[in-house]
Design a protein around this ligand. Structure first.
Ligand code: GLN
Length: 546
């Protein structure tokens, strides 16, 4: 019989953006590297049923799991660190909790009782937390609670944690509280008071933190750790410093040095050993010691915010390390690209990725960018909307269909080379209704993608409503844009390539969601390699000219 799963709750205090997701993922990595089966779950206190309807400006990228859940971007970190897929059960929002409770109420399942936050909402939260544990697939579940302790929205979650600690009993659950220890330069001092207050706030809800992870810009001296331990009711060894790191991928090692895994395992009554993170460290060595450098243009419309294209940026880090290349990403706002300035904006790059997206804003700039890279043999990688823009560009400029468009941008276009999928036509609700999750794709014999993947058939994750319009396929292929990846059942075009170009690939799916430290995505690895070759060629032509 497998032992019952143990639970670790991660809460945050003082401020948001302390990196709870990275700490949770790093701890999980260290536990996994000691042979434990670990998963991470994120509880988000907002009322949206899932983040699928949220603008990336609000909450960063929407991450998509194998089973088609639209989730918080922290799940991306969990997968990238652990190399284990997550699912709908790994992300729960207040909206989803209330939705289930209200549906039960409508079915009369509460038998005439008044439905209340305690116990009905908290029971639903507890149920969702324990779902993963009950599957028998995991030894340890790390549950990260979004938001900051003291927020009105977080209260039911904190209450659920309080109850669960009682239900689970000693050694079966613990609480890690993440706080900030700010440095006041005028005083020349690190300050513990915000941490004391946030631990106190947590205690007012009946939850005692077992471990403090203190985000800091400077090393925490021993006496300060002692003071924190004394005031916050934790052991000194349970005061863990989380110092700013140059890359998130350093955090598992930093946590190892601080002994976070040891303290956790001791508190849970589990055996600890030296984690085997050899492969992880090999990745870090390659990441930190690049032999060459390339610059990739990331063309999108949410360029101001790092989090909007999180998985793409991380996939480049994995692919860069695989090639021992430093990949510098230059974010370029597509709204400001036009035919007149495109050379100026893209001419110095080694490759261009046109990003996923929705809506009309900025698409003409994306099309101009595709034309420039296609005509100049610069490596091009189009993802989802980026692939659709490549199809439109090819139709307009090679097939000379000047009004070619997507019906997303112009519902009345006479040449809808990108069109709404048939099964989307009757859908009116926005949330959770796109073509989502993992679907099969067959790769054409002799194609670049077949060579890159070294496979005949693949599975990739999706999030879209529009598709390549099959009516134009024969024309496009005759002119040189080939559909090299197809859904085996529906024939939906998943991949287009231009074989006469050194590297021109557009994909309807999102390869970035599947790239992990242990398994860098083959398309990103190949694209980085192509960009490096492009740069080398450019340099040798320039040298020959001099
Ligand atoms: N807006 C496009 C569609 O719905 C592309 C979506 C995306 O880039 N994720 O098909």
């Amino acid at each position: 019989m497998t032992a019952k799963a143990k639970y670790i709750f991660v809460t945050g205090g003082v401020t948001s953006s302390l990196g709870k997701g990275i700490i949770a993922a790093s701890l999980a990595k260290l536990l996994q590297a000691q042979g434990y089966r670990v998963t991470i779950q994120k509880l988000d206190p907002y009322i949206n049923v899932d983040p699928g309807t949220l603008n990336p400006y609000e909450h960063g990228e929407c991450y998509v799991t194998e089973d088609g859940a639209e989730t918080d971007l922290d799940l991306g970190h969990y997968e990238r660190f652990l190399n284990v897929p997550t699912s709908q059960a790994n992300n729960v929002t207040t909206g989803r909790i209330y939705q289930s409770v209200i549906q039960k109420e409508r079915r009369g399942e509460f038998l005439g009782k008044t439905v209340q936050v305690v116990p009905h909402i908290t029971d639903e939260i507890k149920h969702r937390v324990q779902l993963l544990g009950k599957s028998g697939d995991y030894d340890i579940i790390i549950t990260e609670i979004g938001g900051t302790v003291g927020d009105i929205e977080s209260l039911p979650y904190i209450e659920a944690v309080r109850q669960l600690r009682w239900d689970l009993g000693e050694k079966n659950g613990l609480v890690i509280h993440l706080t900030l220890v700010p440095y006041l330069s005028a005083a020349g001092e690190l300050k513990t008071k915000p941490t004391q207050h946030s631990v106190k706030t947590l205690m007012e809800s009946g939850v005692q933190a077992d471990i403090l992870v203190c985000r800091t810009e400077h090393d925490l001296p021993k006496d300060l750790r002692r003071k924190l331990a004394l005031f916050c009711n934790v052991r000194e060894e349970a005061v863990i410093q989380s110092i700013d790191a140059s890359t998130i991928y350093d955090v598992p090692n930093l946590m190892l040095e601080e002994g976070l895994d040891k303290v956790v395992l001791k508190k849970l009554g589990l055996k600890s050993s030296q984690p085997d993170i050899t492969k992880w460290n090999q990745f870090l060595t390659r990441h930190k010691n690049p032999k060459s450098e390339i610059t990739i243009g990331l063309i999108g419309k949410y360029v101001e915010l790092q989090d909007s294209y999180k998985s793409i940026l991380e996939a480049f880090i994995h692919a860069g390390a695989a090639n021992e290349v430093k990949v510098t990403i230059e974010s370029i706002h597509s709204e400001y690209i036009n035919a007149d300035n495109v050379k100026l904006k893209l001419g110095h790059l080694d490759g261009v990725l046109v990003a996923p997206g929705f809506g009309e804003r900025g698409i003409e700039g994306k099309i101009d960018a595709v034309q420039y890279v296609r005509e100049n043999n610069m490596p091009f990688f189009g993802i989802c909307l980026g692939m659709q823009m490549a199809v439109i560009e090819f139709a307009r400029n090679v097939l000379n269909i000047k009004d070619a468009n997507s019906t997303e941008m112009n519902p009345n276009t006479s040449n809808p080379v990108i069109d709404l999928m048939a099964d989307q036509k009757t859908i009116t609700d926005k949330g959770g209704t796109m073509r989502l999750g993992s679907w099969d794709c067959d790769l054409k014999l002799g194609s670049a993608v077949r060579d890159i993947y070294k496979a005949e058939s693949i599975k990739e994750r999706h999030r879209h409503r529009y598709e390549f319009n099959g009516k134009y396929k024969a024309q496009m292929e005759a002119a040189g844009m080939v559909a090299t990846g197809l859904n085996p059942e529906t024939g939906l075009v998943e991949i287009v390539e231009v074989p006469s170009h050194p590297w021109f690939i557009g994909v309807q799916f999102h390869p970035e969601y599947k790239s992990t430290v242990a398994n860098p995505h083959p398309l990103f690895v190949a694209f980085v390699k192509a960009a490096l070759n492009f740069k080398k060629k450019k340099t040798s032509v320039r040298m020959a000219q001099n």
